[in-house]
Design a protein around this ligand. Structure first.
Ligand code: CDP
Length: 225
């Protein structure tokens, strides 16, 4: 029987899942896995190698050539794609504009979910994404489903991106977020949906500390009789 604890955090694009997941992992000394970074790194590989998303054989072949690794430093996500550090590049707009198409592919999801499940098999883990509480870890001890006002989400992401790339506009970020939400919730293969047993957390008006406290209270409640 496994004794490891899994915390699954799912929700819409750019609503602070990774901020909460990182803070929780740090506080509890758990491993943190940003599952979105995996889909983003696969997307980067597909873009660079002009993989045709409609060609199943090409997609399957490309997946065999992709090796992803996480290197956790100070609970920041560092991901390598075939030994190249790609953590910054995967956050840029070209990847954001294509990631939901790539993440909708069955072959891609099967491979990522397999790798994610392996990571949570023997360790205490916080993982954030879209299908963690529904598909990757349906038995997670705690599931949180996060949401926030779309305008607030776009403003937060715009601030983050604009620091590194002054050309990015708020409109483009807002549209990207809205489009990804639409694609992620309407795709056939494990769409973004709240697991029945997930607790909803709307952080539109919460500070990072307040949302951390909310989650910690839920975790403490788990151990109460
Ligand atoms: O940080 P942000 O909320 O903008 O997105 P992310 O977590 O980096 O995920 C990027 C994209 O990957 C999402 O829009 C989904 O299309 C896909 N994704 C997914 O399908 N399943 C996951 N478990 C995580 C991400």
């Amino acid at each position: 029987m496994s004794t490891n604890i899994v915390i699954a955090i799912d929700g819409y694009s750019s609503c602070g899942k990774s901020t909460l997941a990182k803070a929780l992992a740090q506080k509890l000394h758990f491993i943190y896995v940003d599952s979105g970074a995996m889909y983003r790194a696969v997307t980067l590989y597909f873009l660079r190698n002009h993989v045709d998303l409609h060609d199943h054989a090409q997609v399957a072949e490309a997946l065999k050539n992709i090796h992803l690794n996480f290197h956790s430093r100070d609970y920041q996500t560092h991901i390598t794609l075939n030994d190249e550090e790609v953590s910054d590049e995967i956050r840029q707009m070209p990847v954001s504009d294509n990631v939901s198409d790539v993440a909708a592919l069955r072959e891609v999801r099967h491979e990522m979910v397999k790798q994610q499940q392996r990571m949570g098999r023997s360790k205490n883990i916080v993982m954030d994404g879209r299908d963690i509480g529904t598909t990757v870890f349906p038995d997670a001890q705690l599931k949180i489903f996060m949401t926030a006002d779309p305008k607030v989400r776009a403003e937060r992401r715009y601030k983050e991106l604009h620091e590194k790339n002054p050309d990015v506009t708020l409109e483009e970020v807002f549209e990207n977020i809205a489009h990804r939400d639409y694609q992620d919730t309407t795709r056939e293969e494990s769409p973004l949906v709240r697991a029945e047993d997930a607790i909803i957390l709307d952080n539109t008006n919460l500070t990072p500390d307040q949302q951390l406290q909310f989650a910690l209270d839920k975790i403490h409640a788990l151990s109460e009789p």
